[in-house]
Design a protein around this ligand. Structure first.
Ligand SMILES: Cc1cc2nc3c(=O)[nH]c(=O)nc-3n(C[C@H](O)[C@H](O)[C@H](O)COP(=O)(O)O)c2cc1C
Length: 378
């Protein structure tokens, strides 16, 4: 812990160990990265007014959501192309979740099949769906998620169309990666990553392969663009609600009216997120969207939050503003890139310890008291 006490320490080391094209995929936002960076500035602006002289405090951070008690109100957000960022990442993230009793959300475009990742997560797995256009494919994917032991279905709303992601275009990210001089040159400089590829194989969209005919296998990314997304509507949400009998979450909500409608259409939680600033460079900071959504929902369903969390202090900020649970995307991948398979647990430790330390500093024992210690208005 002492060599890498902050997520930024993991980030700096990961940057040196992940090939440049995969690094750009992980850390970039879209456009000029304004929305990504603004998530941070807006979080930094949320401040507390501590109270002291309270004697010994024993902060409690266990959090129950959908009937499951998690060790802390933080989970691993869905990340696509995981195995490109760090070979074998999906298995490592699932094991991190199982070991630490926190949720892990497998992305539709992750690089492991739900049939493998679900059992690996040992009851901690949630499944994220990019809504397929084809009804049969949707039904099949949701059934597979259920059969693989995923407890919670997360449908992502904030990709109505692919974002431009100019920096990723320049980095020419492809899946499976084409093995040309560029890849070989970039990987040669990153021996741990390359050794991982030798061990785990080139990353593939394993969960989607059965829907892709072999002719187009080379460009599964094209298949994803053509078949997933751009379809989500409240009618579509109704269909999902009818099919999935477990907790259903809508991810990527920034507008209070959308949040209320999601609840009216049967969502069990709303996940406030601007996708880590990867979709709309002019989007509101996720933390600025949170308060009005919490107010509009008025406790009807839990509110989940992500985008920009880099410390337990940020989790405390989001909880103080009314979130019930938080997620982080990049930090867990920074952990894997920096330290290999135990790195995601290290990232979790940083976040967990940061939350309890913040609670000590602010002077509260339960997360529900954080709101009263806010120095900034909601
Ligand atoms: C490399 C990368 C890939 C992502 N892929 C997905 C995805 O497949 N599905 C999804 O719903 N969100 C995806 N997201 C968004 C994350 O789930 C999450 O909303 C975001 O990372 C939160 O911001 P943070 O990275 O600052 O924590 C991705 C984010 C990153 C950084």
């Amino acid at each position: 812990m002492d060599s890498y006490p902050a997520i930024s320490d993991l980030e700096a080391r990961a940057k040196k160990r992940i090939p440049s094209f995969a690094w750009v995929y992980l850390e970039s936002g879209t456009g000029d990265d304004v929305a990504r960076d603004h998530n941070r500035t807006a979080l930094d602006a949320v401040r507390f007014r501590p109270q002291f002289l309270k004697g010994p405090l024993a902060p409690s951070i266990e959090t129950t959501l959908f009937g499951v008690t998690y060790a802390a109100p933080i989970g691993i957000a869905p990340v696509g192309l995981t195995g490109l960022i760090w070979p074998g990442a999906d298995a490592m993230l699932a094991q991190t979740a199982a070991r630490n009793t926190i949720p892990y959300v497998l992305s539709t475009v992750g690089t492991e099949a739900p049939e493998v990742a679900g059992p690996n997560a040992q009851g901690m797995g949630w499944f994220q769906l990019y809504p397929p256009r084809d009804d049969d494919m949707r039904t099949d994917m949701v059934d597979r998620a259920k059969a693989s032991g995923f407890t919670t279905l997360v449908v992502t709303a904030d990709v109505p169309a692919p974002s431009r992601r100019e920096r990723q275009r320049k980095a020419q990210i492809r899946v499976p990666p084409s093995i040309g001089p560029r890849l070989i040159a970039a990987s040669a400089l990153r021996p741990s990553w390359s050794a991982g590829i030798v061990r785990h194989g080139l990353p593939r969209f394993r969960g989607l392969e059965q829907y892709v005919d072999s002719a187009s296998m080379k460009n599964t990314a094209g298949f994803v663009g053509a078949n997933l997304g751009g379809t989500l509507s409240f009618e579509y949400l109704d269909a999902l609600r009818n099919q999935w009998d477990g907790p259903l979450v809508v991810k990527g909500i920034l507008d209070p009216d959308d949040a209320v409608q999601c609840r009216d259409h049967g969502a069990d939680a709303v996940w406030v997120s601007n996708h880590g600033g990867r979709q709309l460079d002019g989007a509101i900071a996720s933390i600025d969207a949170l308060g009005p959504i919490v107010d509009a929902l008025d406790g009807a369903v839990p509110v989940l939050f992500d985008s920009g969390i880099r410390d337990g202090l940020d989790i405390a900020r989001a909880l103080a503003l009314g979130a019930d649970f938080c997620f982080a995307g990049r930090p867990f991948l920074f952990g894997l890139g920096a330290l290999g398979e135990n790195g995601a647990s290290h990232a979790y430790e940083i976040l967990r310890e940061g939350l309890t330390t913040t609670m000590h500093q602010v002077g509260v024992e339960s997360v529900s008291e954080l709101e009263r210690r806010l120095a900034t208005s909601r």
